[in-house]
Design a protein around this ligand. Structure first.
Ligand code: ADP
Length: 400
Protein backbone atom coordinates (compact mmCIF):
# COMPACT_ATOMS: atom_id res chain seq x y z
CA UNK A 1 0.00 0.00 0.00
CA UNK A 2 1.66 3.22 -1.19
CA UNK A 3 1.35 5.89 1.47
CA UNK A 4 2.79 9.38 1.27
CA UNK A 5 3.43 11.11 4.59
CA UNK A 6 3.61 14.89 4.54
CA UNK A 7 5.07 16.94 7.37
CA UNK A 8 4.09 20.61 7.08
CA UNK A 9 6.08 23.32 8.85
CA UNK A 10 5.46 27.04 8.86
CA UNK A 11 8.07 27.42 6.09
CA UNK A 12 8.76 23.86 5.05
CA UNK A 13 7.22 20.80 3.44
CA UNK A 14 8.72 17.35 3.99
CA UNK A 15 7.61 14.08 2.38
CA UNK A 16 8.32 10.39 2.74
CA UNK A 17 6.82 7.71 0.53
CA UNK A 18 6.35 4.16 1.85
CA UNK A 19 5.08 0.93 0.33
CA UNK A 20 3.56 -0.51 3.52
CA UNK A 21 3.93 -2.89 5.27
CA UNK A 22 7.60 -2.32 4.38
CA UNK A 23 8.95 0.65 6.32
CA UNK A 24 11.68 1.34 3.74
CA UNK A 25 11.55 4.91 2.53
CA UNK A 26 11.08 4.93 -1.25
CA UNK A 27 11.23 8.67 -1.76
CA UNK A 28 12.14 11.51 0.55
CA UNK A 29 11.90 15.17 -0.32
CA UNK A 30 11.95 18.52 1.35
CA UNK A 31 11.20 22.12 0.45
CA UNK A 32 12.64 24.77 2.74
CA UNK A 33 11.78 28.49 2.66
CA UNK A 34 8.25 27.99 1.29
CA UNK A 35 6.85 31.42 0.41
CA UNK A 36 10.08 32.76 -1.08
CA UNK A 37 11.71 33.07 -4.48
CA UNK A 38 14.90 31.42 -3.16
CA UNK A 39 13.41 28.22 -1.76
CA UNK A 40 15.51 25.04 -1.56
CA UNK A 41 14.09 21.77 -2.86
CA UNK A 42 15.78 18.43 -2.37
CA UNK A 43 14.47 15.13 -3.66
CA UNK A 44 15.75 11.57 -3.47
CA UNK A 45 14.35 8.42 -5.02
CA UNK A 46 15.92 5.57 -3.03
CA UNK A 47 14.71 2.97 -5.55
CA UNK A 48 16.57 4.39 -8.53
CA UNK A 49 19.21 6.41 -6.69
CA UNK A 50 18.02 9.59 -8.47
CA UNK A 51 18.62 12.64 -6.36
CA UNK A 52 18.51 16.38 -7.02
CA UNK A 53 18.80 19.60 -5.09
CA UNK A 54 17.46 22.88 -6.44
CA UNK A 55 18.53 26.10 -4.79
CA UNK A 56 17.01 29.54 -5.37
CA UNK A 57 13.82 28.06 -6.78
CA UNK A 58 10.62 30.13 -6.50
CA UNK A 59 8.09 28.39 -4.26
CA UNK A 60 5.61 31.12 -3.48
CA UNK A 61 3.21 29.05 -1.42
CA UNK A 62 2.20 25.51 -0.45
CA UNK A 63 0.42 25.02 -3.80
CA UNK A 64 3.65 25.71 -5.69
CA UNK A 65 5.64 23.50 -3.34
CA UNK A 66 3.26 20.55 -3.59
CA UNK A 67 3.02 20.79 -7.40
CA UNK A 68 6.81 20.81 -7.64
CA UNK A 69 7.06 17.66 -5.51
CA UNK A 70 4.33 15.85 -7.47
CA UNK A 71 6.12 16.70 -10.71
CA UNK A 72 9.22 14.92 -9.42
CA UNK A 73 7.24 12.04 -7.96
CA UNK A 74 5.71 11.36 -11.38
CA UNK A 75 8.70 12.48 -13.46
CA UNK A 76 10.23 10.25 -16.09
CA UNK A 77 13.70 10.11 -14.51
CA UNK A 78 12.93 11.04 -10.92
CA UNK A 79 9.57 9.34 -10.46
CA UNK A 80 8.59 6.47 -8.18
CA UNK A 81 5.00 6.25 -9.49
CA UNK A 82 3.73 5.81 -13.01
CA UNK A 83 0.42 7.42 -12.18
CA UNK A 84 -0.86 9.31 -9.18
CA UNK A 85 -3.65 6.68 -8.94
CA UNK A 86 -1.07 4.29 -7.45
CA UNK A 87 -0.92 6.43 -4.34
CA UNK A 88 -3.48 5.06 -1.90
CA UNK A 89 -3.33 7.51 0.97
CA UNK A 90 -1.69 10.69 2.15
CA UNK A 91 -0.99 11.00 5.86
CA UNK A 92 -0.37 14.21 7.77
CA UNK A 93 1.21 14.75 11.19
CA UNK A 94 -1.60 17.11 12.11
CA UNK A 95 -1.47 18.76 15.51
CA UNK A 96 -4.91 19.30 16.93
CA UNK A 97 -8.59 19.71 16.11
CA UNK A 98 -11.47 20.45 18.45
CA UNK A 99 -13.10 17.14 19.34
CA UNK A 100 -10.89 14.99 17.05
CA UNK A 101 -7.98 13.53 18.99
CA UNK A 102 -7.17 10.30 17.19
CA UNK A 103 -6.64 9.27 13.58
CA UNK A 104 -9.24 10.70 11.20
CA UNK A 105 -10.01 11.05 7.55
CA UNK A 106 -9.57 14.74 6.76
CA UNK A 107 -13.13 15.66 5.86
CA UNK A 108 -14.47 19.23 5.80
CA UNK A 109 -15.77 18.73 9.36
CA UNK A 110 -12.31 17.76 10.60
CA UNK A 111 -10.73 20.74 8.81
CA UNK A 112 -13.34 23.02 10.43
CA UNK A 113 -12.41 21.51 13.82
CA UNK A 114 -8.74 22.31 13.09
CA UNK A 115 -9.77 25.87 12.23
CA UNK A 116 -11.62 26.12 15.55
CA UNK A 117 -8.29 25.60 17.36
CA UNK A 118 -6.12 27.95 15.30
CA UNK A 119 -5.87 30.15 18.40
CA UNK A 120 -4.40 27.22 20.39
CA UNK A 121 -1.87 26.17 17.71
CA UNK A 122 -1.27 29.33 15.67
CA UNK A 123 2.07 28.20 14.24
CA UNK A 124 0.91 24.67 13.37
CA UNK A 125 -2.75 24.50 12.32
CA UNK A 126 -2.86 27.18 9.55
CA UNK A 127 -0.02 25.67 7.47
CA UNK A 128 -1.56 22.18 7.76
CA UNK A 129 -5.04 23.38 6.82
CA UNK A 130 -3.64 25.17 3.77
CA UNK A 131 -1.46 22.25 2.62
CA UNK A 132 -4.29 19.72 3.08
CA UNK A 133 -6.64 21.90 1.02
CA UNK A 134 -4.04 22.13 -1.75
CA UNK A 135 -3.60 18.33 -1.79
CA UNK A 136 -7.39 17.93 -1.86
CA UNK A 137 -7.79 20.26 -4.81
CA UNK A 138 -5.02 18.48 -6.73
CA UNK A 139 -6.04 14.92 -5.75
CA UNK A 140 -9.72 15.10 -4.82
CA UNK A 141 -10.35 11.33 -4.60
CA UNK A 142 -7.33 10.34 -2.53
CA UNK A 143 -7.72 9.23 1.08
CA UNK A 144 -6.24 11.97 3.31
CA UNK A 145 -5.66 11.07 6.93
CA UNK A 146 -4.74 13.24 9.88
CA UNK A 147 -2.78 11.43 12.59
CA UNK A 148 -3.29 14.00 15.30
CA UNK A 149 -0.35 14.55 17.64
CA UNK A 150 -2.79 14.23 20.52
CA UNK A 151 -3.82 10.68 19.51
CA UNK A 152 -1.19 8.80 21.51
CA UNK A 153 -2.18 10.61 24.70
CA UNK A 154 -5.87 9.74 24.81
CA UNK A 155 -4.93 6.91 27.22
CA UNK A 156 -3.82 9.36 29.94
CA UNK A 157 -6.26 9.08 32.85
CA UNK A 158 -8.59 12.04 33.32
CA UNK A 159 -7.17 12.73 36.78
CA UNK A 160 -3.90 13.72 35.07
CA UNK A 161 -5.51 15.51 32.14
CA UNK A 162 -7.95 17.66 34.06
CA UNK A 163 -6.89 21.15 35.15
CA UNK A 164 -8.09 22.31 38.55
CA UNK A 165 -10.41 24.85 36.95
CA UNK A 166 -14.20 25.18 36.85
CA UNK A 167 -15.32 21.80 35.48
CA UNK A 168 -17.65 23.52 32.97
CA UNK A 169 -14.57 24.84 31.12
CA UNK A 170 -13.54 21.26 30.46
CA UNK A 171 -17.07 20.33 29.37
CA UNK A 172 -17.81 23.44 27.36
CA UNK A 173 -14.44 24.40 25.88
CA UNK A 174 -12.48 21.16 26.16
CA UNK A 175 -9.81 22.76 28.36
CA UNK A 176 -7.57 19.93 29.61
CA UNK A 177 -4.08 18.56 29.01
CA UNK A 178 -3.99 17.07 25.52
CA UNK A 179 -0.33 16.25 24.87
CA UNK A 180 1.62 16.38 21.59
CA UNK A 181 4.55 14.64 19.87
CA UNK A 182 2.32 11.57 19.78
CA UNK A 183 3.87 10.24 16.56
CA UNK A 184 7.37 10.40 18.07
CA UNK A 185 6.57 8.99 21.52
CA UNK A 186 4.40 6.31 19.89
CA UNK A 187 7.28 5.33 17.61
CA UNK A 188 9.68 5.14 20.59
CA UNK A 189 7.17 3.05 22.59
CA UNK A 190 6.98 0.62 19.68
CA UNK A 191 10.79 0.37 19.47
CA UNK A 192 10.94 -0.47 23.20
CA UNK A 193 8.15 -3.02 22.90
CA UNK A 194 10.21 -4.80 20.23
CA UNK A 195 13.07 -5.09 22.77
CA UNK A 196 11.21 -5.52 26.04
CA UNK A 197 7.94 -7.27 25.21
CA UNK A 198 4.53 -6.10 26.44
CA UNK A 199 5.37 -4.91 29.95
CA UNK A 200 7.70 -1.97 30.52
CA UNK A 201 7.92 1.43 32.18
CA UNK A 202 9.41 3.96 29.79
CA UNK A 203 10.15 7.67 30.00
CA UNK A 204 10.55 9.09 26.50
CA UNK A 205 12.30 12.47 26.16
CA UNK A 206 11.66 14.08 22.78
CA UNK A 207 13.94 17.13 22.78
CA UNK A 208 14.14 19.16 19.58
CA UNK A 209 12.87 22.58 18.48
CA UNK A 210 9.86 21.59 20.61
CA UNK A 211 10.34 19.25 23.53
CA UNK A 212 8.20 16.96 25.62
CA UNK A 213 8.59 14.19 28.15
CA UNK A 214 6.17 11.28 28.13
CA UNK A 215 5.49 8.57 30.72
CA UNK A 216 4.64 5.27 28.99
CA UNK A 217 3.33 2.16 30.69
CA UNK A 218 3.25 -1.03 28.56
CA UNK A 219 3.25 1.03 25.37
CA UNK A 220 0.52 3.48 26.40
CA UNK A 221 0.95 7.14 27.29
CA UNK A 222 0.01 7.75 30.93
CA UNK A 223 1.32 11.31 31.29
CA UNK A 224 3.05 14.05 29.32
CA UNK A 225 4.72 17.38 30.00
CA UNK A 226 2.60 19.08 27.32
CA UNK A 227 -0.71 20.61 28.34
CA UNK A 228 -3.63 22.09 26.40
CA UNK A 229 -1.41 23.94 23.95
CA UNK A 230 2.16 23.56 22.70
CA UNK A 231 3.11 26.48 24.95
CA UNK A 232 3.60 24.23 27.96
CA UNK A 233 6.03 21.73 29.50
CA UNK A 234 9.83 21.98 29.27
CA UNK A 235 11.36 25.07 27.59
CA UNK A 236 11.32 24.88 23.78
CA UNK A 237 13.56 26.59 21.21
CA UNK A 238 11.48 29.80 21.17
CA UNK A 239 8.57 28.96 23.45
CA UNK A 240 8.47 29.37 27.20
CA UNK A 241 7.01 26.05 28.33
CA UNK A 242 5.32 25.96 31.74
CA UNK A 243 4.39 29.43 32.92
CA UNK A 244 2.38 30.87 35.78
CA UNK A 245 -0.81 32.14 34.07
CA UNK A 246 -0.78 35.24 36.26
CA UNK A 247 2.37 36.54 34.58
CA UNK A 248 0.05 37.62 31.75
CA UNK A 249 -2.36 39.94 33.60
CA UNK A 250 0.57 41.34 35.57
CA UNK A 251 2.50 42.24 32.41
CA UNK A 252 -0.70 43.73 30.93
CA UNK A 253 -0.96 45.93 34.03
CA UNK A 254 2.63 47.04 33.40
CA UNK A 255 1.64 48.42 29.97
CA UNK A 256 2.66 45.58 27.64
CA UNK A 257 0.11 44.67 24.99
CA UNK A 258 -1.30 41.14 24.68
CA UNK A 259 0.50 40.84 21.36
CA UNK A 260 3.85 41.73 22.93
CA UNK A 261 3.29 39.28 25.76
CA UNK A 262 2.34 36.42 23.44
CA UNK A 263 5.32 37.27 21.26
CA UNK A 264 7.55 36.95 24.32
CA UNK A 265 5.98 33.63 25.27
CA UNK A 266 5.93 31.91 21.88
CA UNK A 267 8.61 33.57 19.74
CA UNK A 268 11.14 35.27 21.97
CA UNK A 269 10.97 32.84 24.89
CA UNK A 270 12.44 29.39 25.49
CA UNK A 271 16.16 28.76 24.97
CA UNK A 272 16.34 31.96 22.91
CA UNK A 273 14.70 34.04 25.64
CA UNK A 274 16.99 32.93 28.45
CA UNK A 275 20.23 32.79 26.48
CA UNK A 276 19.70 35.86 24.29
CA UNK A 277 22.05 34.02 21.91
CA UNK A 278 20.00 31.74 19.68
CA UNK A 279 17.13 29.26 19.63
CA UNK A 280 19.58 26.57 18.50
CA UNK A 281 21.34 24.59 21.21
CA UNK A 282 24.49 24.25 19.09
CA UNK A 283 25.02 28.04 19.23
CA UNK A 284 24.10 28.15 22.91
CA UNK A 285 26.57 25.39 23.83
CA UNK A 286 29.30 27.24 21.93
CA UNK A 287 28.50 30.50 23.69
CA UNK A 288 28.43 28.76 27.09
CA UNK A 289 31.84 27.23 26.42
CA UNK A 290 33.12 30.70 25.59
CA UNK A 291 31.96 31.92 29.00
CA UNK A 292 28.50 33.36 28.26
CA UNK A 293 26.61 33.04 31.58
CA UNK A 294 23.12 33.38 30.11
CA UNK A 295 23.86 30.64 27.61
CA UNK A 296 24.97 28.38 30.49
CA UNK A 297 21.83 29.36 32.41
CA UNK A 298 19.61 28.40 29.46
CA UNK A 299 21.20 24.93 29.30
CA UNK A 300 20.82 24.46 33.06
CA UNK A 301 17.19 25.64 33.06
CA UNK A 302 16.42 23.24 30.22
CA UNK A 303 18.09 20.25 31.94
CA UNK A 304 16.47 21.10 35.31
CA UNK A 305 13.03 21.07 33.71
CA UNK A 306 13.69 17.68 32.08
CA UNK A 307 15.01 16.19 35.34
CA UNK A 308 11.94 17.45 37.19
CA UNK A 309 9.55 15.73 34.78
CA UNK A 310 11.58 12.51 34.80
CA UNK A 311 11.40 12.46 38.61
CA UNK A 312 7.66 13.08 38.59
CA UNK A 313 7.00 10.43 35.94
CA UNK A 314 9.26 7.93 37.71
CA UNK A 315 6.97 8.05 40.73
CA UNK A 316 3.82 7.93 38.59
CA UNK A 317 5.13 4.84 36.80
CA UNK A 318 6.40 3.30 40.05
CA UNK A 319 9.87 2.94 38.52
CA UNK A 320 11.63 3.19 35.18
CA UNK A 321 12.92 0.34 33.00
CA UNK A 322 13.88 2.53 30.03
CA UNK A 323 14.81 6.16 29.54
CA UNK A 324 15.02 7.22 25.89
CA UNK A 325 16.40 10.40 24.35
CA UNK A 326 15.28 11.45 20.89
CA UNK A 327 14.80 14.58 18.72
CA UNK A 328 17.56 16.93 17.53
CA UNK A 329 18.83 17.72 21.05
CA UNK A 330 18.26 14.24 22.47
CA UNK A 331 20.03 12.56 19.56
CA UNK A 332 22.95 14.99 19.31
CA UNK A 333 23.74 16.80 22.55
CA UNK A 334 26.04 14.66 24.71
CA UNK A 335 26.27 17.63 27.09
CA UNK A 336 22.54 17.80 27.77
CA UNK A 337 22.27 14.01 28.16
CA UNK A 338 25.18 14.03 30.61
CA UNK A 339 23.76 16.92 32.65
CA UNK A 340 20.45 15.08 32.93
CA UNK A 341 21.63 11.51 33.48
CA UNK A 342 24.30 12.21 36.09
CA UNK A 343 21.47 13.39 38.34
CA UNK A 344 19.42 10.23 37.94
CA UNK A 345 21.51 7.74 39.93
CA UNK A 346 18.85 7.94 42.67
CA UNK A 347 16.40 6.56 40.06
CA UNK A 348 18.55 3.56 39.14
CA UNK A 349 20.50 5.09 36.25
CA UNK A 350 24.11 3.97 36.00
CA UNK A 351 25.37 6.29 33.33
CA UNK A 352 28.30 5.53 31.01
CA UNK A 353 29.81 8.95 30.30
CA UNK A 354 32.35 7.63 27.83
CA UNK A 355 29.73 5.81 25.77
CA UNK A 356 27.67 9.01 25.81
CA UNK A 357 30.49 11.15 24.49
CA UNK A 358 31.46 8.63 21.81
CA UNK A 359 27.90 7.98 20.60
CA UNK A 360 26.76 8.97 17.10
CA UNK A 361 23.21 8.01 16.21
CA UNK A 362 21.53 5.14 18.05
CA UNK A 363 23.04 3.54 21.16
CA UNK A 364 23.04 2.63 24.85
CA UNK A 365 24.20 5.12 27.52
CA UNK A 366 23.80 2.96 30.64
CA UNK A 367 26.23 0.39 32.01
CA UNK A 368 25.28 -3.30 31.64
CA UNK A 369 24.36 -3.52 35.37
CA UNK A 370 22.17 -0.38 35.34
CA UNK A 371 18.64 -1.10 36.65
CA UNK A 372 17.28 1.47 34.18
CA UNK A 373 18.44 1.19 30.57
CA UNK A 374 19.22 4.54 28.92
CA UNK A 375 19.07 4.70 25.13
CA UNK A 376 19.33 7.18 22.30
CA UNK A 377 16.89 6.26 19.52
CA UNK A 378 16.48 8.48 16.47
CA UNK A 379 12.79 9.16 16.08
CA UNK A 380 10.89 8.37 12.89
CA UNK A 381 7.51 10.03 13.08
CA UNK A 382 6.66 9.39 9.44
CA UNK A 383 7.03 5.61 9.77
CA UNK A 384 4.66 5.75 12.74
CA UNK A 385 2.08 7.60 10.68
CA UNK A 386 2.38 5.28 7.66
CA UNK A 387 2.04 2.26 9.96
CA UNK A 388 -1.03 3.66 11.69
CA UNK A 389 -2.78 4.39 8.39
CA UNK A 390 -1.88 0.97 6.99
CA UNK A 391 -3.18 -0.80 10.09
CA UNK A 392 -6.42 1.22 10.19
CA UNK A 393 -7.13 0.70 6.50
CA UNK A 394 -6.32 -3.03 6.79
CA UNK A 395 -8.68 -3.30 9.77
CA UNK A 396 -11.42 -1.52 7.80
CA UNK A 397 -11.40 1.43 10.19
CA UNK A 398 -10.55 3.85 7.37
CA UNK A 399 -11.76 3.57 3.77
CA UNK A 400 -9.05 2.42 1.34
P1 ADP B 1 12.18 20.08 15.18
O1 ADP B 1 11.79 19.94 16.61
O2 ADP B 1 12.10 21.48 14.68
O3 ADP B 1 11.60 19.04 14.26
P2 ADP B 1 14.73 18.70 15.55
O4 ADP B 1 14.13 17.61 16.36
O5 ADP B 1 15.52 18.32 14.36
O6 ADP B 1 13.74 19.83 15.10
O7 ADP B 1 15.67 19.50 16.57
C1 ADP B 1 16.37 20.64 16.13
C2 ADP B 1 17.20 21.17 17.29
O8 ADP B 1 18.13 20.18 17.74
C3 ADP B 1 18.06 22.36 16.92
O9 ADP B 1 17.35 23.55 17.00
C4 ADP B 1 19.17 22.28 17.96
O10 ADP B 1 18.77 22.97 19.14
C5 ADP B 1 19.27 20.81 18.27
N1 ADP B 1 20.47 20.18 17.67
C6 ADP B 1 20.60 19.67 16.43
N2 ADP B 1 21.85 19.18 16.24
C7 ADP B 1 22.53 19.39 17.39
C8 ADP B 1 23.85 19.13 17.83
N3 ADP B 1 24.77 18.54 17.05
N4 ADP B 1 24.18 19.49 19.08
C9 ADP B 1 23.30 20.09 19.90
N5 ADP B 1 22.02 20.37 19.55
C10 ADP B 1 21.64 20.03 18.31
Amino acid sequence: MLILVCNVGSTSLKYKLFNMPSTDILVEAKTERVGRTDAIFSYRNNLSGFSEKLEEVPVLGYADGIRLFLRYLLGEKSGALRSIDELEAIGFKTVLAKGYYGVHELTEEVLAAMEAYVRVAPAHNPPYIEAIRVFRSLLPDRLMVGCFETAFHTTIPLSRRIYALPYEWYEEYGICRLGYHGASHGYIARCIRERAGEHFRLISCHMGGSGSICAIQDGKSVDTSFGFSLQTGIPHANRAGDLDAYVIPFLLSQGLSMEEILDGIDKKGGLLGISGVSNDLRDIQQAAEAGNDRAALAIDAFCDAVVKYIGAFYTELGGMDYLVFTGGIGENSALVREKICTRLSCLGVKFDSEANRALRGEGVLSTPDSPARVLVLPTNEEVGIARTIYEKVSAGELRS
